[in-house]
Design a protein around this ligand. Sequence first.
Ligand SMILES: O=C(O)CCC(=O)C(=O)O
Length: 344
Amino acid sequence: MSAAVEARTGEHYRVRVEEYRTFQTQGLLVVRGLVPTAEVEELRAHTEDILHERVELPGVPTAAYGDGAAHSGILDPSRVSEVERRYVRIHMLHRHLAIHERFLLHPRILDVLQALIGPDIMAMQTMLFLKPPGSDGQGYHQDSYYIPTLPDTLCGAWLAVDRADAGNGCMRFTVGSQHEPIYPDARNRQSHYPSGELADLAIIEGASHTDEARNGLTPVARRYAGREVVVPADPGDVVFFGGHILHRSLANDSRDRFRRSFVGHYANARSYTQWGGGNAEHILARGDTHLPYAQPRFGTPCAANRPRARNAGAAPAPTMMADGEMMATTATAAKRLDPAGEED
Ligand SMILES: O=C(O)CCC(=O)C(=O)O
Protein backbone atom coordinates (compact mmCIF):
# COMPACT_ATOMS: atom_id res chain seq x y z
CA MET A 1 0.00 0.00 0.00
CA SER A 2 1.07 3.59 -0.48
CA ALA A 3 1.74 4.09 3.22
CA ALA A 4 4.88 2.01 2.89
CA VAL A 5 8.14 3.77 2.12
CA GLU A 6 11.72 2.58 2.02
CA ALA A 7 14.08 3.73 4.75
CA ARG A 8 17.25 5.36 3.55
CA THR A 9 20.54 4.33 5.08
CA GLY A 10 22.51 6.49 7.52
CA GLU A 11 22.29 7.08 11.18
CA HIS A 12 19.51 9.64 11.13
CA TYR A 13 16.24 9.20 9.35
CA ARG A 14 14.74 12.25 7.72
CA VAL A 15 11.03 12.06 7.03
CA ARG A 16 9.88 13.25 3.61
CA VAL A 17 6.87 15.49 3.07
CA GLU A 18 5.17 12.64 1.21
CA GLU A 19 5.57 10.44 4.28
CA TYR A 20 4.19 13.15 6.55
CA ARG A 21 1.22 13.47 4.19
CA THR A 22 0.70 9.71 4.22
CA PHE A 23 0.57 9.66 8.00
CA GLN A 24 -2.07 12.41 7.95
CA THR A 25 -4.20 11.05 5.13
CA GLN A 26 -4.01 7.33 5.89
CA GLY A 27 -3.56 7.48 9.65
CA LEU A 28 -0.42 5.34 9.49
CA LEU A 29 3.02 5.27 8.00
CA VAL A 30 5.13 2.19 7.38
CA VAL A 31 8.87 2.81 7.26
CA ARG A 32 10.64 -0.23 5.83
CA GLY A 33 13.96 -1.28 7.33
CA LEU A 34 14.04 1.60 9.81
CA VAL A 35 15.83 -0.45 12.48
CA PRO A 36 18.99 -2.23 11.25
CA THR A 37 18.81 -6.02 11.04
CA ALA A 38 21.62 -6.64 13.57
CA GLU A 39 19.72 -4.68 16.21
CA VAL A 40 16.48 -6.52 15.54
CA GLU A 41 18.40 -9.76 15.87
CA GLU A 42 19.52 -8.71 19.36
CA LEU A 43 15.88 -8.14 20.29
CA ARG A 44 14.88 -11.49 18.83
CA ALA A 45 17.62 -13.24 20.82
CA HIS A 46 16.32 -11.48 23.93
CA THR A 47 12.86 -12.94 23.32
CA GLU A 48 14.46 -16.38 23.13
CA ASP A 49 15.99 -15.72 26.53
CA ILE A 50 12.54 -14.84 27.85
CA LEU A 51 11.01 -17.94 26.34
CA HIS A 52 13.72 -20.13 27.85
CA GLU A 53 13.54 -18.32 31.19
CA ARG A 54 17.15 -17.19 30.94
CA VAL A 55 16.14 -13.68 31.92
CA GLU A 56 14.25 -12.59 35.00
CA LEU A 57 11.14 -10.55 34.36
CA PRO A 58 10.09 -8.34 37.25
CA GLY A 59 6.81 -9.44 38.76
CA VAL A 60 6.99 -12.78 36.93
CA PRO A 61 8.89 -15.21 39.17
CA THR A 62 10.41 -18.01 37.14
CA ALA A 63 10.13 -20.14 40.27
CA ALA A 64 6.42 -20.32 39.51
CA TYR A 65 7.39 -22.72 36.77
CA GLY A 66 9.20 -25.04 39.08
CA ASP A 67 12.73 -26.18 39.45
CA GLY A 68 16.24 -25.74 38.28
CA ALA A 69 15.32 -25.66 34.62
CA ALA A 70 14.95 -21.91 34.98
CA HIS A 71 18.05 -20.05 33.72
CA SER A 72 19.69 -23.26 32.51
CA GLY A 73 18.76 -22.38 28.95
CA ILE A 74 17.00 -25.72 28.59
CA LEU A 75 13.31 -25.53 29.20
CA ASP A 76 11.37 -28.68 29.90
CA PRO A 77 9.48 -29.22 26.60
CA SER A 78 6.27 -29.98 28.49
CA ARG A 79 6.32 -26.42 29.82
CA VAL A 80 7.09 -24.61 26.56
CA SER A 81 3.50 -23.91 25.62
CA GLU A 82 2.71 -22.78 29.16
CA VAL A 83 5.54 -20.25 29.05
CA GLU A 84 4.56 -19.08 25.56
CA ARG A 85 0.99 -18.50 26.64
CA ARG A 86 2.12 -16.55 29.63
CA TYR A 87 4.27 -14.25 27.52
CA VAL A 88 1.91 -13.34 24.69
CA ARG A 89 2.28 -9.67 25.64
CA ILE A 90 4.55 -8.08 28.27
CA HIS A 91 4.12 -4.44 29.33
CA MET A 92 6.49 -1.69 30.49
CA LEU A 93 9.74 -3.63 30.63
CA HIS A 94 11.67 -0.44 29.75
CA ARG A 95 11.36 0.41 33.43
CA HIS A 96 13.22 -2.80 34.32
CA LEU A 97 15.46 -3.89 31.44
CA ALA A 98 18.01 -1.78 29.57
CA ILE A 99 17.35 -3.40 26.20
CA HIS A 100 13.70 -2.31 26.28
CA GLU A 101 14.69 1.24 27.17
CA ARG A 102 17.14 1.28 24.23
CA PHE A 103 14.49 0.21 21.76
CA LEU A 104 11.93 2.64 23.20
CA LEU A 105 14.48 5.42 22.64
CA HIS A 106 15.84 4.15 19.34
CA PRO A 107 17.18 7.23 17.53
CA ARG A 108 15.72 6.35 14.13
CA ILE A 109 12.27 5.71 15.60
CA LEU A 110 12.50 9.04 17.43
CA ASP A 111 13.57 10.76 14.19
CA VAL A 112 10.27 9.78 12.61
CA LEU A 113 8.18 10.64 15.67
CA GLN A 114 9.81 14.04 15.92
CA ALA A 115 8.59 14.87 12.43
CA LEU A 116 5.12 13.38 12.86
CA ILE A 117 4.08 14.52 16.36
CA GLY A 118 7.06 16.53 17.67
CA PRO A 119 9.33 18.25 17.90
CA ASP A 120 9.10 17.42 21.61
CA ILE A 121 8.62 13.71 22.32
CA MET A 122 7.64 11.86 25.49
CA ALA A 123 8.21 8.09 25.57
CA MET A 124 5.42 6.47 27.57
CA GLN A 125 4.85 2.77 27.10
CA THR A 126 6.48 -0.41 25.83
CA MET A 127 4.87 -3.71 24.93
CA LEU A 128 6.63 -6.84 23.78
CA PHE A 129 4.44 -9.24 21.84
CA LEU A 130 5.65 -12.80 21.42
CA LYS A 131 2.42 -14.07 19.87
CA PRO A 132 3.32 -17.73 19.50
CA PRO A 133 1.54 -20.01 17.00
CA GLY A 134 -2.07 -20.52 17.98
CA SER A 135 -2.35 -17.40 20.12
CA ASP A 136 -5.18 -14.89 19.89
CA GLY A 137 -5.10 -11.46 18.32
CA GLN A 138 -6.59 -8.24 19.64
CA GLY A 139 -9.89 -6.86 18.36
CA TYR A 140 -10.69 -3.32 17.14
CA HIS A 141 -9.47 -0.65 19.52
CA GLN A 142 -8.18 2.90 19.68
CA ASP A 143 -4.98 3.42 21.66
CA SER A 144 -5.89 6.91 22.88
CA TYR A 145 -8.78 5.39 24.82
CA TYR A 146 -6.26 3.51 26.96
CA ILE A 147 -3.57 6.21 27.06
CA PRO A 148 -5.22 9.65 27.18
CA THR A 149 -3.04 12.72 26.58
CA LEU A 150 -4.20 16.35 26.47
CA PRO A 151 -3.93 17.56 23.80
CA ASP A 152 -4.27 14.15 22.22
CA THR A 153 -1.01 13.48 20.38
CA LEU A 154 -0.53 9.76 21.00
CA CYS A 155 1.38 7.74 18.43
CA GLY A 156 2.37 4.07 18.40
CA ALA A 157 5.53 2.70 16.78
CA TRP A 158 5.20 -1.01 16.03
CA LEU A 159 8.51 -2.73 15.21
CA ALA A 160 8.44 -6.14 13.53
CA VAL A 161 10.87 -8.63 15.05
CA ASP A 162 9.69 -11.60 12.97
CA ARG A 163 8.12 -11.53 9.54
CA ALA A 164 4.44 -10.67 10.16
CA ASP A 165 1.75 -11.37 7.61
CA ALA A 166 -1.87 -12.46 7.39
CA GLY A 167 -0.86 -16.03 8.28
CA ASN A 168 0.55 -15.21 11.71
CA GLY A 169 -1.63 -12.28 12.72
CA CYS A 170 -0.08 -9.07 11.41
CA MET A 171 -1.52 -5.62 12.08
CA ARG A 172 -4.65 -4.32 10.30
CA PHE A 173 -5.73 -0.68 10.21
CA THR A 174 -9.06 0.87 9.26
CA VAL A 175 -8.02 3.77 7.04
CA GLY A 176 -10.32 6.77 7.50
CA SER A 177 -11.09 5.98 11.13
CA GLN A 178 -8.20 8.19 12.27
CA HIS A 179 -10.74 11.03 11.98
CA GLU A 180 -13.13 9.40 14.44
CA PRO A 181 -13.39 10.63 18.04
CA ILE A 182 -12.41 8.29 20.86
CA TYR A 183 -15.34 6.10 21.86
CA PRO A 184 -15.36 5.73 25.66
CA ASP A 185 -16.28 2.49 27.34
CA ALA A 186 -19.46 2.28 29.43
CA ARG A 187 -17.31 1.44 32.47
CA ASN A 188 -15.27 4.60 32.05
CA ARG A 189 -17.54 6.96 30.16
CA GLN A 190 -15.87 10.08 31.55
CA SER A 191 -12.52 9.19 30.03
CA HIS A 192 -12.97 11.42 26.98
CA TYR A 193 -15.15 14.47 26.28
CA PRO A 194 -16.27 14.50 29.95
CA SER A 195 -18.36 17.66 29.55
CA GLY A 196 -20.43 16.25 26.73
CA GLU A 197 -18.49 18.11 24.05
CA LEU A 198 -19.74 15.67 21.42
CA ALA A 199 -23.54 15.62 21.59
CA ASP A 200 -24.24 12.25 20.01
CA LEU A 201 -21.14 10.30 20.98
CA ALA A 202 -21.88 6.59 21.33
CA ILE A 203 -20.69 4.94 24.53
CA ILE A 204 -19.47 1.49 23.63
CA GLU A 205 -18.53 -1.81 25.26
CA GLY A 206 -16.06 -4.50 24.39
CA ALA A 207 -13.25 -2.61 22.64
CA SER A 208 -10.36 -4.97 21.91
CA HIS A 209 -12.70 -8.00 22.01
CA THR A 210 -11.71 -10.44 19.29
CA ASP A 211 -15.36 -11.37 18.67
CA GLU A 212 -16.65 -8.70 16.27
CA ALA A 213 -20.20 -9.23 17.53
CA ARG A 214 -19.12 -8.26 21.04
CA ASN A 215 -16.79 -5.43 20.10
CA GLY A 216 -18.63 -2.08 20.26
CA LEU A 217 -16.25 -0.56 17.71
CA THR A 218 -17.35 -2.94 14.95
CA PRO A 219 -20.16 -0.60 13.76
CA VAL A 220 -17.62 2.24 13.58
CA ALA A 221 -15.25 0.06 11.54
CA ARG A 222 -18.11 -0.84 9.17
CA ARG A 223 -18.40 2.82 8.15
CA TYR A 224 -15.09 2.24 6.40
CA ALA A 225 -15.98 -1.05 4.76
CA GLY A 226 -13.30 -2.11 2.30
CA ARG A 227 -10.75 0.30 3.71
CA GLU A 228 -9.08 -2.00 6.21
CA VAL A 229 -5.45 -2.46 5.22
CA VAL A 230 -3.50 -5.57 6.13
CA VAL A 231 0.09 -4.53 6.86
CA PRO A 232 2.68 -7.25 6.37
CA ALA A 233 6.04 -6.34 7.83
CA ASP A 234 9.57 -7.69 7.79
CA PRO A 235 12.00 -7.53 10.71
CA GLY A 236 13.14 -3.92 11.10
CA ASP A 237 10.02 -2.36 9.54
CA VAL A 238 8.19 0.09 11.79
CA VAL A 239 4.51 1.04 11.56
CA PHE A 240 3.62 4.45 13.01
CA PHE A 241 -0.04 5.05 13.80
CA GLY A 242 -2.01 7.71 15.63
CA GLY A 243 -4.08 7.13 18.75
CA HIS A 244 -7.51 7.37 17.08
CA ILE A 245 -7.18 4.93 14.19
CA LEU A 246 -9.08 1.67 14.66
CA HIS A 247 -6.75 -1.29 14.40
CA ARG A 248 -6.61 -4.94 15.28
CA SER A 249 -4.70 -8.14 14.70
CA LEU A 250 -6.16 -11.61 14.13
CA ALA A 251 -4.99 -14.86 15.69
CA ASN A 252 -1.66 -16.41 14.79
CA ASP A 253 -3.00 -19.30 12.71
CA SER A 254 0.39 -20.53 11.63
CA ARG A 255 1.67 -23.89 12.83
CA ASP A 256 5.15 -22.84 13.80
CA ARG A 257 5.79 -19.13 13.26
CA PHE A 258 6.00 -16.65 16.12
CA ARG A 259 4.90 -13.08 15.43
CA ARG A 260 7.14 -11.09 17.72
CA SER A 261 6.99 -7.30 17.82
CA PHE A 262 8.08 -4.44 20.03
CA VAL A 263 5.69 -1.52 20.44
CA GLY A 264 6.43 1.91 21.89
CA HIS A 265 3.83 4.54 22.63
CA TYR A 266 4.72 8.21 22.54
CA ALA A 267 3.10 11.62 22.71
CA ASN A 268 4.16 15.18 22.22
CA ALA A 269 6.04 16.08 25.42
CA ARG A 270 3.85 19.19 25.82
CA SER A 271 0.77 17.00 26.25
CA TYR A 272 -0.45 16.48 29.79
CA THR A 273 -1.23 12.98 31.00
CA GLN A 274 -2.23 11.23 34.18
CA TRP A 275 -1.64 7.85 32.59
CA GLY A 276 1.12 5.62 33.95
CA GLY A 277 1.86 7.85 36.93
CA GLY A 278 1.69 11.15 35.01
CA ASN A 279 4.24 13.11 32.97
CA ALA A 280 6.93 12.84 35.66
CA GLU A 281 7.12 9.07 35.01
CA HIS A 282 7.64 9.34 31.25
CA ILE A 283 10.96 9.95 29.55
CA LEU A 284 11.67 13.12 27.61
CA ALA A 285 12.96 11.49 24.45
CA ARG A 286 13.47 14.54 22.21
CA GLY A 287 13.19 18.31 22.47
CA ASP A 288 12.01 20.06 25.60
CA THR A 289 8.90 20.56 27.71
CA HIS A 290 7.42 22.82 30.38
CA LEU A 291 6.01 19.67 32.07
CA PRO A 292 7.83 17.32 34.44
CA TYR A 293 9.57 14.31 32.92
CA ALA A 294 11.60 11.23 33.88
CA GLN A 295 15.20 10.29 33.22
CA PRO A 296 15.89 7.00 31.45
CA ARG A 297 16.71 4.54 34.23
CA PHE A 298 19.50 2.85 32.26
CA GLY A 299 21.04 6.02 30.89
CA THR A 300 20.08 5.60 27.22
CA PRO A 301 21.05 8.89 25.55
CA CYS A 302 18.04 11.12 24.89
CA ALA A 303 16.85 14.68 25.51
CA ALA A 304 16.25 14.04 29.22
CA ASN A 305 19.92 13.39 30.00
CA ARG A 306 21.54 15.63 27.39
CA PRO A 307 22.88 18.92 28.72
CA ARG A 308 21.33 21.80 26.82
CA ALA A 309 20.35 25.42 27.15
CA ARG A 310 16.58 25.58 27.51
CA ASN A 311 14.95 26.87 24.34
CA ALA A 312 18.36 27.43 22.76
CA GLY A 313 18.12 28.21 19.09
CA ALA A 314 14.36 28.74 19.10
CA ALA A 315 13.30 30.57 15.95
CA PRO A 316 11.18 33.71 16.31
CA ALA A 317 7.52 32.73 16.16
CA PRO A 318 5.64 33.99 13.12
CA THR A 319 2.36 35.79 13.70
CA MET A 320 -0.72 36.02 11.48
CA MET A 321 -1.53 39.57 10.42
CA ALA A 322 -4.99 40.83 9.55
CA ASP A 323 -4.36 40.60 5.82
CA GLY A 324 -3.06 37.05 6.14
CA GLU A 325 0.60 38.02 5.71
CA MET A 326 2.95 36.13 8.03
CA MET A 327 5.47 38.19 9.93
CA ALA A 328 8.18 37.35 12.47
CA THR A 329 7.73 38.85 15.93
CA THR A 330 11.21 40.33 16.13
CA ALA A 331 11.71 43.58 18.02
CA THR A 332 12.03 45.44 14.71
CA ALA A 333 8.85 43.99 13.35
CA ALA A 334 6.98 44.82 16.52
CA LYS A 335 8.26 48.37 16.33
CA ARG A 336 7.12 48.75 12.76
CA LEU A 337 3.61 47.78 13.80
CA ASP A 338 3.56 50.24 16.67
CA PRO A 339 2.14 53.59 15.44
CA ALA A 340 3.91 55.41 18.28
CA GLY A 341 7.32 54.17 17.17
CA GLU A 342 7.35 55.32 13.54
CA GLU A 343 10.99 56.38 13.39
CA ASP A 344 11.79 54.25 10.38
O1 LIG B 1 0.54 -6.36 17.93
C1 LIG B 1 -0.66 -6.55 18.06
O2 LIG B 1 -1.19 -7.60 17.77
C2 LIG B 1 -1.53 -5.46 18.57
C3 LIG B 1 -0.78 -4.22 18.87
C4 LIG B 1 -1.67 -3.08 19.11
O3 LIG B 1 -2.82 -3.12 18.87
C5 LIG B 1 -1.13 -1.84 19.63
O4 LIG B 1 0.09 -1.72 19.77
O5 LIG B 1 -1.92 -0.94 19.91
